[in-house]
Design a binder for this molecule. Structure first.
Ligand code: SF4
Length: 346
């Protein structure tokens, strides 16, 4: 049986008509029930005739999740652990700020990239999420009583989105569609470890989403030691792909830089990073490291963070410093799923 949430707007019309539901307005009604009213049962679709509902029940499932756990931080951040049909779990984090309500969503179950600072990397890839499983994270979060809205989406949860590009972009189609979530593509950020061919493919899609690239070091050998996937692409190739993305989409790229004590936070890193980025249309986002029990790294001190930021700015690089959110609820990528898997194993 197919997951009804997997389809884009156009695909849904096509597939429903193959099953005898050929009126366009009917397909549009179903689409709205799924992505604007977030229904979890066919009987909630009150303007759909019984015969059509029975047809839908016979041919499609709704891709419902079970909510395994919700953690609420003292800063208002909510972290969800959702159970999927095959008993796998994914994490989604809702982060409220003054004006923004950002949802950090997952694109895979587990991750193959193996970044050494990340709990998900330690557990390996289980499978890709389907487009429906990606968009249903929004619907499920919107049902929580503390959640008023979602204004921004970041693909920075579990998984490497560019390794699951087709499903991610089908999900982006639904997230941006005016008859679904209606969130502008300029408010969607896709984050990657730097898969060069996929960055070029992403540039060919019509959505022009924002791109964030995990850099973490401007020294090739150091970068490879932090992110093993980096050995497949040189920094020169990566920068060329980023320049291509900027030229094609007009978007400023964000380079993510997690601050690791004694690893990538020294003066020579400031000099090398500034030389790499100074002339590019980009900004650097410095991320305080959220320490995990089995991590080989320690976080840089706050004085080092400030020195690093000022050092880059003095060399003409635009820098932001990420405010850590939800630390009391282990809100960093993959931590909740990691703990859940460990508990299962006990
Ligand atoms: S940081 Fe992201 S890409 Fe790296 S292992 Fe974790 S989930 Fe995968």
């Amino acid at each position: 049986m197919k997951n009804l949430r997997d389809f884009t707007y156009n695909e849904l019309q096509e597939d429903l008509s193959k099953n005898g539901i050929s009126q366009k307005f009917r397909s549009e009604q179903v689409y709205r029930w799924l992505h604007q009213h977030h229904v979890s049962q066919y009987d909630q679709m009150c303007n759909i005739p019984h015969s059509v509902k029975n047809n839908l029940k016979e041919n499609y499932h709704l891709g419902n999740f079970s909510t395994e756990e919700v953690k609420i931080s003292e800063d208002g951040t909510l972290k969800f652990l959702f159970g999927l049909n095959d008993r796998e779990v994914v994490e989604t984090v809702w982060i409220p700020a003054k004006k923004r309500r950002t949802l950090c969503i997952s694109s895979q179950v587990g991750c193959a990239m193996g970044c050494r600072f990340c709990s998900s990397g330690a557990m390996g890839l289980v499978r890709n999420l389907s487009a429906g499983e990606i968009v249903n994270q929004l619907s499920e979060v919107l049902k929580h009583p503390d959640v008023d809205k979602i204004t921004h989406i970041v693909f920075m949860g579990i998984g490497e989105p560019l390794q699951n590009l087709r499903q991610v972009m089908r999900a982006v189609d639904t997230i941006t569609h005016e008859k679904a979530f209606g969130i502008s593509a300029s408010r969607i950020t896709i984050s990657t470890v730097g898969l060069v061919p996929a960055i070029k493919r992403l540039a060919s899609y019509p959505y022009n989403v924002k791109l964030a690239v995990s850099l973490h070091s401007s020294f090739q050998d150091k970068r490879e030691s932090i992110m093993p996937m980096a050995e497949h692409f040189s920094l020169t190739e990566l920068m060329k792909a980023c320049d291509f993305y900027t030229a094609k989409t007009g978007k400023t790229i964000t380079f993510e830089y997690i601050m690791l004590k004694g690893i990538n936070d020294t003066q020579d890193n400031i000099v090398k990073l500034a030389a790499l980025l100074r002339k590019r249309r980009c900004k650097v986002n410095l991320i305080p490291f959220n320490e995990t029990p089995d991590s080989p790294y320690e976080p840089s001190s706050s004085s080092t963070l400030q020195r690093f930021q000022k050092g880059l700015e003095s060399k003409g690089v635009s820098v932001t410093l990420r405010t850590p959110r939800g630390r009391d609820i282990v809100a960093a990528c993959g931590q909740l799923r990691h703990i859940s898997q460990q508990n299962k194993a006990v």
